[in-house]
Write a protein that binds this ligand. Structure first.
Ligand code: FAD
Length: 282
């Protein structure tokens, strides 16, 4: 038997859960946010020094401006802002209440099973909102050791997974060395985009393909100009797209590993392009 009935049950007390609760409240509908951890649990576990790659105007909720001095708020500023909204609008939160399941209940209703500090219990609600984010729902690799306490997972697609990223990088490096790259010497170039253009890549990740193509065409043109000026000249190149920088900030760029053989065979006076763009990395 469900212990009580609430109008709308919200699974998750992150920014989305809070925003939903406030919108419902503005329409006179009561709601409760059940969180498996604490209020804003995901944000508490973000890297301490992080800044949001989104600007403050894209992060505000409940019609309350996110008033901070810098365009990209810090984790602490976000915690203070969202907590302030929850308090101002009396958002009802039940922490340490993991939503285990949501199944059809009474006709037209739902039954939620919760587990947490109040033990196992059931709550009936005519409607429920899932606002559980994805930070806490990593895709497991099923490799030995991934459940150890010191293994950190980050399922956000815009940041590297500490476990998955390293594994993928090692496998890709081995593939390049063992199977793909000939022993002819290579140069590495990095192609970045101006800061102002970077947000476009967040909202249109499909642009990363053309970004790679642009890098490729640039390499072809510069190499051809430097080495032989032949039309249709095609050097070998491996391009890897990265969407984040050292600070886990939004920073779409392309790392290009380019076959340097044409540069080595060029006369010494031509190994630097007319425009000085090309130089050989020993
Ligand atoms: C380092 C980092 C930087 C980021 N930067 C940005 C950015 O700049 N811009 C941007 O738009 N996004 C960014 N993100 C993504 C960010 O996670 C979301 O924008 C934001 O947290 C989404 O809020 P949310 O409420 O949907 O999810 P979350 O903040 O993840 O909240 C979900 C809540 O649900 C709870 N929960 C999960 N499962 C259950 C369950 N079964 N039962 C009960 N509760 C549950 C969790 O404890 C959590 O409190 C970033 C993520 C990371 C990791």
């Amino acid at each position: 038997m469900a212990e009580n009935v609430i109008p709308v049950a919200i699974a998750g007390a992150g920014p989305t859960g809070i925003a939903c609760a406030v919108e419902l409240r503005n329409r006179g509908i009561a709601a409760v946010c059940y969180d498996k951890g604490s209020l804003l649990d995901s944000l508490y576990h973000f890297p301490e020094e992080m800044r949001w790659f989104s600007t403050r105007d894209l992060l505000d909720i409940a019609g309350v401006p996110f008033a901070v001095p810098e365009a990209h708020p810090t984790r602490l500023e976000a915690l203070a802002y969202y907590r302030g909204i929850a308090e101002k609008f009396d958002v009802r939160i039940e922490p340490e209440s993991r939503v285990e399941s949501i199944v059809p209940g009474r006709p037209g209703g739902l039954l939620l099973t919760l587990i947490g500090r109040k033990g196992l219990r059931e709550v009936a609600a005519p409607a429920a909102i899932l606002a559980t984010g994805f930070f806490h729902n990593p895709r497991k690799l099923h490799v030995p050791g991934e459940d150890l306490s010191h293994v950190i997972r980050a399922s956000c697609p815009r940041i590297p997974s500490m476990a998955g990223g390293a594994k993928r990088a090692a496998a890709f490096a081995a593939f390049l060395l063992d199977e793909l790259l000939a022993d002819v010497g290579h140069a590495q170039w990095v192609f970045t985009v101006p800061k102002l253009l970077r947000p476009y890549f967040m909202h249109h990740p499909e642009l990363l393909g053309p970004l790679c193509s642009a890098a490729w065409e640039t390499v072809c043109d510069l190499m051809a100009e430097t080495v032989c000026e032949k039309q249709g000249f095609r050097p070998g190149m491996v391009a890897v797209v990265q969407t984040f920088g050292d600070q886990l900030n939004l920073h779409p760029h392309v790392h290009a590993l380019v076959c340097a053989a044409p540069l080595l065979t060029a006369p010494p006076d031509r190994r630097r392009g007319k425009s000085n763009f090309l130089s050989l990395i020993p």
